[in-house]
Design a protein. Structure first.
Length: 194
């Protein structure tokens, strides 16, 4: 498996996003120039500027496109009863959203300081906290609340911890999901406030 993922999409704007994200992840956001992005795409800087004026514009557009499923998931979850079945479904859907947004999360992992400094940093944090609020009970014992927080962070960490371990990516995703579901199930079970 090479370091360059298959292109996700075809139009020029999307090709710019894909190449930029690869370069940001490989060499760092700060070290990547718009010139390098245009050279790798074999387009002029003018063609690049037509679509994006800055690197942050590119990054924000990538984030908005790849994170839309997470926004949809939060909206769905807010309308559901806070049952264990709903919480499990939230984790399944979030696992799928993380898989489709893997290049973005790889970038975020490699460029944490930059992400914190950019406008998307606050948005990312808010969305993760919104998901946590959908699976935890604020009245539950603190250990159960920690299990719910840990379930989401297990999903994030699992993407990175297992990427260099041999094995089928889908099996690894399911293993991480299983652990997250176990944590939420235990928090929801006997002895919890629910």
């Amino acid at each position: 498996m090479g370091s360059t993922p298959q292109p996700r999409r075809g139009n020029t704007r999307q090709r710019i996003q894909d190449v930029a994200l690869d370069l940001f992840a490989e060499q760092g956001y700060e070290k990547t120039s718009l010139r390098e992005i245009s050279e790798k795409l074999d387009v002029t800087k003018a063609a690049l500027y037509y679509h994006f004026k800055t690197k942050e514009d590119i990054l924000v557009s990538i984030f908005e496109d790849l994170n839309r499923p997470v926004e949809d998931l939060i909206a769905w979850g807010e309308k559901q009863p806070r049952t264990l079945g709903t919480k499990k479904e939230l984790l399944v859907r979030y696992s799928e959203a993380l898989t489709s947004a893997a290049p973005l999360f790889r970038f975020m992992q490699e460029n944490q300081a930059t992400v914190r400094d950019l406008s998307i940093g606050v948005t990312i944090k808010d969305r993760v906290l919104a998901l946590v609020d959908l699976i935890r009970d604020p009245e539950a014992p603190i250990t159960d609340q920690v299990r719910c927080f840990s379930a989401l962070f297990t999903m994030h960490a699992g993407m990175f911890a297992l990427k260099d371990i041999d094995g089928d990516p889908e099996e690894k995703r399911k293993a991480v999901l299983e652990v997250a579901v176990e944590l939420v199930t235990r928090a929801h079970g006997p002895g919890s406030a629910q």
